[in-house]
Design a protein around this ligand. Structure first.
Ligand SMILES: *Cc1c(COP(=O)(O)O)cnc(C)c1O
Length: 451
């Protein structure tokens, strides 16, 4: 028996003169029915909905591509995976197997990297909050400690005296790169001489070894020029350190922040048209580093802590339509089973959202709401989609960065995460949460317990 064609309820579209109408162009929605060759239906049958899916193949491609792009422009390149962007063990492990070090911004992330077998000296420890215990650990393991402020510098000096060990340190530097508001709350300022003060303090201390300089000028940066300015400043400082102290730094760490191909809310053109390519970022950084004018063997290693640009498009969220609705003004609304509690990035991105099955030709604007009983749970104010019925699937793309770290249990729990492996097998890399998981952490005072 041949399958019945899908019934499409007719809709009436008002035509306005002077505007695009049914005789003009309309957006074409092509369904996306598989991820890396695995049918979406199959994934949902096996792992449920909503479901996060990570692509091993895409992560590897992205990392290799980025390495090639930088390595062809500057001779010594090392990537360090930004844990906070996505710290699922499986995801970090793919990056580490592509030769990436770990870049962490908390003790918990630090411990997670150690657990995955990352050597202490391949861990970069960033961030404004490093406890005494965390610093002791990092010093003993010879990790690269990127100092954020003078109080941290003094604490490190004190610890090294106490435990009689040397610490490998760098300082984080903030500067004016022509992008506003300025990110000046992290690290030491370049323009007002604070960074140089910190360098002097470090160079004067026998227990501290200044191994590098670090900057991270912002996130989702759309200006390659900002990186050229930053790299130039870093190169000039590195040169001053050589000239003043006859001391060669091991590395310059340019941080992360390259924009990914996700369109910001309020941005008119799609990301593919406005986001600079990795080549442009790499050109800018390598041209800034020319200011070093060092001989080849004296050149410092260039470290990159690229996060979102390497993982965003390797993540997908499969979600199901729970209901169709009409708002009081007549606007179409869809309710889906994935809310903003697991899709934090919907507060700033207009994600690409595609139906995951064959669909009809009629398109209509719709708002997409999540399942939470909260007015803020709006996944998308407005998107043009074909008609969808209850149970139909949608794929939300480019959700590999920050969603799986900033998600929360709020009204609903976090769902399964699977990885489609290079050989097209699928692995569950994080189990959906359960009520038991939630209450395991709770403690009910005895007087409330039912005997
Ligand atoms: C968050 C962060 C990164 C990664 O930023 P992306 O915008 O995801 O590339 C790198 N370095 C530091 C210090 C960070 O805080």
């Amino acid at each position: 028996m041949s399958e019945l064609k899908r019934y499409e309820r007719p809709i009436i579209n008002k035509q306005y003169s002077g505007f695009m109408n049914k005789f003009g162009t309309s957006p074409i929605t092509t369904p996306k029915t598989e991820i890396d060759g695995i049918a979406v239906n199959h994934l949902v049958e096996q792992f449920g909905s909503p479901l996060f899916v990570m692509s091993e193949r895409r992560i590897r491609e992205n990392q290799r591509n980025a390495y090639r792009i930088f390595k062809t422009r500057y001779p010594k390149v090392q990537f360090a995976w930004s844990y906070k962007t996505n710290y699922l063990d499986a995801v970090c492990s793919v990056f580490h197997s592509e030769n990436s070090w770990a870049e962490v911004v908390s003790e918990f992330e630090y411990d997670k990297a150690r657990r995955l077998g990352i050597k202490g000296d391949n861990i970069i420890f960033n961030g404004p909050d490093k406890s005494r215990e965390a610093l002791v650990k990092a010093i003993r393991n010879k990790s690269k400690i990127h100092i954020d402020h003078f109080d941290e510098l003094y604490l490190i000096i004190e610890i090294t005296e106490q435990i009689q060990m040397k610490a490998e340190v760098a300082i984080r530097i903030n500067m004016d790169v022509g992008v506003y508001p300025k990110w000046d709350r992290f690290g030491f300022n370049y323009e007002n001489g604070e960074a140089w003060q910190a360098i002097k303090r470090i160079m004067a201390n026998k227990n501290l070894k200044l191994v590098g300089l670090h900057t991270h000028i912002g996130t989702y940066m759309m200006s390659a020029e900002a990186y050229r300015i930053a790299a130039t400043n870093m190169a000039l400082l590195t040169r001053s350190i050589r000239d003043e102290y006859k001391h060669l730094l091991q590395y310059i760490d340019m941080g992360g922040g390259f924009a990914s191909n996700n369109t910001l809310i309020g941005q008119y053109l799609p990301a593919e048209q406005v986001v600079p390519s990795l080549e442009q970022f790499a050109d800018a950084i390598s041209s800034g580093l020319f200011s070093l004018s060092f001989s080849a063997e004296d050149l410092p290693l260039l470290i990159l802590e690229t996060g979102r640009a390497l993982v965003d498009d390797a993540g997908y969220l499969i979600t199901s339509v729970l209901a169709n609705k009409r708002l009081s003004g007549g606007k179409r609304a869809l309710i889906i089973d994935a809310g903003v509690n697991i899709l934090f990035t919907s507060f700033w991105y207009k994600h690409k959202i595609s139906p995951a099955q064959e669909c009809g030709v009629y398109q209509e604007e719709a708002a997409i709401y999540g399942p939470l009983c909260m007015n803020i749970d709006c996944v998308r104010e407005s998107i043009t989609l074909p008609s969808l019925k209850q149970g139909d699937k949608l794929i939300i793309e480019h959700v590999g960065a920050y969603d799986m770290t900033q998600w929360m249990q709020f009204i609903t729990l976090r769902p399964n995460v699977v990885m489609v492996m290079e050989d097209k097998s699928t692995e569950l890399i994080r189990k959906a949460e359960t009520l038991e998981y939630i209450i395991e952490r709770e403690n009910l005072p005895a007087k409330f317990q039912k005997k």
